[in-house]
Design a protein around this ligand. Structure first.
Ligand code: F6P
Length: 342
């Protein structure tokens, strides 16, 4: 079989480990060939295809980013877009299967293409860990580790100066990175998109920690919207999920903490640091297992399905189960973490 792979959407530590796992297993399992569509769906609609020989995947599971590039191109747009043109392109190139590695948007497009008879299978990917139908996505563990390390560092400088330190982490729609890194680093407050807290409450937690002689540490997910400020955020326009556009929430939270408490405060935006560089061993293992398992989905022609993690097992689920909504932090998980705030 000739299998074409693409990585789409924001990059994520572990993408290369998926490709390596799939290619190595495919070469061991039989005479399978692999090609990559460059820059996600752009390579599909513009027929930008490269061969992936065994030598190209040597040693790449520890490498961040993606060796075949990524983009946010939609496969239904452009001259080569849509199922009929994609089917013709696959036929021209003798490609029997498409493996789409991506987040909710990518998997939704893959699901729609599969419904229109394109031979597609999927691999879930996002550092945000907000995909339904899988217990974890690779990249998340790496992002949490980077954010935790950063907060450990912020804490020592915060303590030296008796300052409140705020760390803004990724998480546009879901606060998983903020929750996990905040718990790991012992944050005094965790602010996430799912919980619309007022700043008076946040200031109270900060003050409590400060009064005990601690340097308060606050983690805020980029998608957090403080209570009473939905209007202010809505004039930045809505994104594709219908949520307000983001920008500078960490800076704003820091200013509000300083204004209400009078405690000198500093903000750090971790941004794309969380997406770059070497994946953790957990992410390498999960990504490698996903890569090996998705090969089986392709060989078995299970179009419209994807690999997922259930407990410690790799399972297959319909792509439809992973799209349409996002997996957000449940109230019980937030309440559990909040017992340690202040
Ligand atoms: O990968 C998901 C994510 O990390 C979000 O948390 C973040 O809002 C987004 O990517 C930013 O991506 P980019 O800057 O590449 O558009």
């Amino acid at each position: 079989m000739k299998i074409g792979v693409l990585t789409s959407g924001g990059d994520c530590p572990g993408l290369n480990a998926v490709i390596r796992g799939m290619v190595l297993k495919g070469i061991e399992a039989g005479d399978h060939e692999f090609v990559g569509f460059r820059d996600g769906w752009r390579g599909v609609v513009q027929e930008d295809i490269i061969t992936i020989p065994r030598s190209m995947v040597r040693g790449i599971s520890k490498q961040g980013g993606t060796i075949i590039g990524t983009s946010r191109t939609n496969p239904y747009e452009g001259d080569g877009g849509g199922p009929a043109k994609i089917a013709a392109m696959l036929e021209r190139n003798g490609i029997d299967a498409v493996v789409a590695i991506g987040g909710e948007g990518t998997l939704a497009a893959a699901n729609r293409l599969a419904d229109e008879n394109i031979p597609v299978v999927g691999v879930p990917k996002t550092i945000d860990n907000d995909l339904n139908a899988t217990d974890y996505t690779f990249g998340f563990d790496t992002a949490v580790q980077i954010a935790t390390d950063a907060m450990d560092r912020l804490r020592t400088t915060g303590e030296s100066h008796s300052r409140c330190m705020v760390a803004e982490v990724m998480g546009r729609h879901a606060g998983w990175i903020a929750l996990h890194s905040g718990v790991a680093a012992g944050a005094h407050a965790i602010l996430i998109p799912e919980q619309s807290l007022g700043m008076e409450q946040v200031a109270e937690w900060v003050q409590e920690a400060y009064d005990r002689g601690r340097a308060p540490l606050v983690v805020v997910a980029e998608g957090f919207i403080p209570a009473g400020y939905q209007e202010a955020y809505s004039d930045k326009g809505l994104d594709t999920f219908g949520r307000p556009r983001l920008g500078g929430i960490g800076e704003w939270v820091t200013g509000e903490i300083e204004r209400i408490t009078g405690i000198e405060s500093r903000n750090t935006i971790l941004g794309h640091m969380q997406r770059g560089g070497t994946p953790t061993s957990y992410d390498r293992v999960l990504a490698t297992r996903f890569g090996m398992a998705v090969l089986d989905l392709a060989l078995e022609k299970r179009w419209g399905s994807m690999v997922a993690l259930s407990g410690t097992d790799i399972v297959q689920v319909p792509l439809a189960d992973a799209v349409g909504s996002l997996r957000v932090v449940p109230q019980s998980r937030y309440d559990e973490a909040a017992l340690l705030f202040g």
